[in-house]
Write a protein that binds this ligand. Structure first.
Ligand code: ADP
Length: 446
């Protein structure tokens, strides 16, 4: 736009300056010619002595000659040649003499029967005209850079809102569907901002609908699953009354499946509950070590059943976070560590605080995860090796997705690595240094 505008203005200005120069020059020549003719007329009745020619003083830059009709020189200016400057025929012409080019006018006046010739140096009159004309044309050319600068500034100013819009769009994170934060967009941009915001709102609504549908579905499934659980339990007790040698195998399998389904539904609900965009976090200052101890105590039975050694090390480490969400995070990590680590394995949980923030590490002596899977493992329903899991541990592939949601909620980083037991997984959750800006209830997600 800038280049197109500047070249257009330069071209137009240049053409108008050129036209102005040429038109003014032609007009100036006509003016000078009329002056020349007027001077000629002054000489018509000039009295001449009996012994012509009369030689008059030079009237720079003119030369004059007056001839009688018979061809006798009656008068001349001092510098005028003795020969007629031009042939005796009325009109303007260009002639050369005395080493210059001249513009001359020749006129015959019948009343006094005289030829008058007046000539003016062409180069001098040209210089004079040019000086006058250039003075009027120059400002047009000199104004060009000024116009260019002004146009550049104006375009920059006019397009700044477009740049702002681009920046606002660029700064948006993929999951951020809030309206664009542009206050008072200029009139031209209003439709763009409006329709972008409308689009974002529609997307938000449809995501919300979808999310709510899944959450509602999971929620609705809870009741029938609980009912089936009760029925299965009752069936178990009723069968016991018949004093069978052993309860049927199918009933055990049925109860296992129901439990898995109940777990899946709970995990799905946790996943939806902890979506960073929707989770209304109530942040408070918490001791991560204390939370870890609580979570360990809750799951102690599971570790004991597999005869696993669990250690809790590190220091008291404060984080600003949501108690409920952090407990879910810990539970999922501990549950995985317990599930995938074989009997009599080791598990270590540690919390450390440093200048950079607070770090939670959960390490186990299990099989670990191949590094190539580190990225995919956070996807929903993704499990290493799919359903035929090498460790035969049950799961639905949602645990680490939940962990990541909760980490995002706390602006924490989740990293996977090798545990210090040589093999086995180490999960590290690094919470940023709590800052004053993040203080206060409510956190950054409303
Ligand atoms: P789930 O455990 O319910 O399958 P997760 O999302 O918690 O789902 O874990 C995804 C996959 O990551 C698991 O299926 C498992 O293959 C692998 N995994 C998670 N934690 C561990 C661990 N501590 N040791 C080995 N593999 C793990």
């Amino acid at each position: 736009m800038l280049i197109a505008l500047l070249s257009t203005i330069t071209l137009v200005n240049f053409l108008s300056a050129l036209h102005g120069y040429r038109a003014s020059m032609a007009e100036a020549q006509r003016l000078f010619d009329r002056q020349l003719a007027a001077t000629a007329r002054l000489l018509v009745d000039m009295p001449v002595p009996d012994e012509p020619p009369l030689v008059v003083a030079q009237a720079e830059p003119l030369v004059l000659q007056v001839w009688s009709a018979e061809g006798e020189m009656l008068l001349r200016s001092a510098d005028a040649p003795l020969q007629p400057i031009s042939e005796f025929e009325s009109g303007y012409r260009e002639v050369n003499f005395s080493g210059y080019r001249w513009r001359s006018v020749t006129e015959f006046f019948p009343a006094s029967s005289r030829w008058v010739i007046v000539a003016e140096r062409a180069d001098l009159r040209y210089q004079l005209a040019e000086k006058v004309i250039l003075e009027s044309v120059m400002p047009i050319l000199l104004g060009l850079p000024v116009a260019g600068l002004l146009i550049w500034l104006l375009i920059g100013w006019g397009l700044s809102s477009l740049r702002q819009l681009a920046e606002a769009l660029q700064d948006k994170r993929a999951e951020d569907l809030s309206p664009l934060p542009l206050q008072d967009p200029p009139e031209e941009l209003e439709p763009v901002v409006k329709s972008t915001n409308a689009l974002l709102a529609r997307l938000r609504a449809s995501f919300e609908r979808e999310r709510r549908f899944s959450a509602d579905a999971a929620h609705e499934l809870r009741t029938p699953i609980a009912a089936i659980q009760v029925h299965a339990h009752n069936l178990d007790s009723e069968l016991r009354q018949y004093k069978l040698a052993q309860t049927p195998e199918s009933l055990g399998k049925l109860q296992g499946s129901i439990e898995r389904m109940a777990h899946l539904v709970e995990q799905m609900l946790d996943l939806f509950r902890t979506t960073p965009e929707h989770y209304p976090a109530r942040f408070e200052t918490l001791d991560l070590q204390l939370l870890a101890r609580e979570a360990l105590a809750e799951q102690y039975g599971a570790f004991a059943a597999k005869n696993q050694t669990v250690e809790l090390t590190g220091t008291r480490s404060s984080v600003r976070g949501d108690r409920f969400a952090l407990m879910i995070l810990l539970k999922n990590l501990l549950n995985n560590a317990c599930k995938y680590t074989p009997d009599a394995g080791r598990i270590e949980v540690s919390t450390t605080s440093a200048d950079g923030g607070t770090t939670l590490r959960v390490e186990d002596s299990g099989p670990g995860i191949p590094a190539a899977e580190y990225d995919r493992i956070f996807e929903r329903f993704y499990r290493v090796g799919g359903d035929r899991h090498a460790t035969t541990a049950e799961g639905c592939g949602l645990g680490l997705s939940i962990v990541r949601h909760i980490a995002q909620l706390h602006r924490a980083q989740v990293r996977l690595g090798q545990s210090r037991f040589g093999h086995g997984l180490a999960v590290e959750v690094e919470f940023p240094q709590e800052t004053a800006a993040e203080g206060g209830a409510g956190g950054h997600h409303g």
